[in-house]
Design a protein around this ligand. Structure first.
Ligand code: C2E
Ligand code: CA
Ligand code: CA
Ligand code: CA
Length: 279
């Protein structure tokens, strides 16, 4: 192949240019999407040992008019890099709280816990706690129903500020889950001082669980750790009954995964719960 001055094959450089162009147009379109209602919150159920739905995690989707449904793995990283995660995150907060406000008046839904993912950059805004509290107030949300999912990377830059903000929100009734636990920077010392309610076992540690296998030490350790700290533990990515059984044996009793339900619209989730009848 012919080479450019920088020594890269021409084809390779073309591919790089295409990728850059693709990212730029996604960024432009995402900006538009946030303002024009192309985003949608899907909900994935979280169930207890009796398979009763006790809550849901909100997972954002982008219903693109031409490209179809785009998954967050594709656009969240772009949103993070460009700062669009701030308006996007605020939209998620608004929409999630609007749902909680609706559920408040529906017997059968009013006890559900709703978890929202919060990006590091979003959480680190100086007025993040005030934003959350004002949206809670705006939608008349019972704050005990709201859980915010944070990741360990928050502790890298400003642990003291993080703890302060969490405490302020916890004081108002909001709960916190530590997401993807075990995949990032884990400081056991901070785990003790963070005002957490829940640890979420990452799908990576659930995937390998099978009956009679030895591959369980990480999941076992996380569950034991959560119990010793008095935290709830939620296993994500549970796809098989074997995985559920092993988790139950290890002492984890809240599950989320395709075995119990894929992410779906709020309408689909609530009709599934309401048709199922009262617990
Ligand atoms: P996450 O928070 O770890 O969310 C769990 C992901 O696992 C979701 O992917 C969910 O659809 C998927 N999942 C659930 N059960 C199963 C299962 O049984 N098997 C398998 N293979 N996968 C399962 P999704 O919806 O594509 O979201 C990907 C990531 O995008 C999320 O990972 C989260 O980090 C981010 N994300 C999603 N929504 C938001 C949001 O509103 N705000 C922010 N900041 N990030 C979001
Ligand atoms: Ca999550
Ligand atoms: Ca997760
Ligand atoms: Ca994950």
């Amino acid at each position: 192949a012919k080479r450019q001055r920088d020594g890269k094959p021409r084809l390779f450089q073309q591919a790089q240019e295409d990728e850059l162009e693709e990212r730029l147009s996604l960024e432009r379109e995402l900006r538009h999407a946030i303002d024009h209602n192309e985003l949608c919150l899907y909900l994935q159920p979280q169930v207890d040992a009796d398979r009763q739905v006790i809550g849901a995690e909100a997972l954002v989707r982008w219903q693109h008019p031409e490209r179809g449904m785009i998954s967050p793995g594709h656009f969240i990283p772009i949103a993070e890099e460009t700062g669009l995660i701030l308006p996007l995150g605020h939209w998620v907060l608004q929409e999630g709280c609007r749902l909680l406000g609706e559920w408040r008046h529906v017997p059968g839904l009013q006890g559900l816990q709703l978890s929202l993912n919060v990006s590091v950059r979003q959480f680190q805004q100086p007025d993040f706690a005030d934003q959350v509290l004002s949206v809670i107030q705006q939608h008349d949300v019972p704050s005990e129903r709201l859980t915010l999912e944070l990741t360990e990377s928050l502790l890298l830059s400003d642990p003291e500020g993080t703890i302060k903000k969490m405490q302020q929100l916890q004081h108002e009734g909001v709960s916190f889950a530590l997401d993807d636990f075990g995949t990032g920077y884990s400081s056991l010392a901070y785990l003790k001082v963070l005002p957490l309610d829940t640890l979420k076992i990452d799908i990576a540690f659930v995937r390998d669980l099978a009956l009679g296998m030895q591959a369980t030490p990480i999941a076992a350790t996380i569950i034991a750790l959560a119990q010793s700290l008095g935290l709830r533990v939620v296993a994500e990515g549970v796809e098989t009954d074997d995985q559920r059984l092993v988790l139950a044996q290890l002492g984890c009793h809240i599950y989320q995964g395709f075995l119990f339900g894929r992410p779906c619209t709020a309408a689909a989730l609530s009709s599934a719960i309401l048709e199922d009848g009262p617990a």
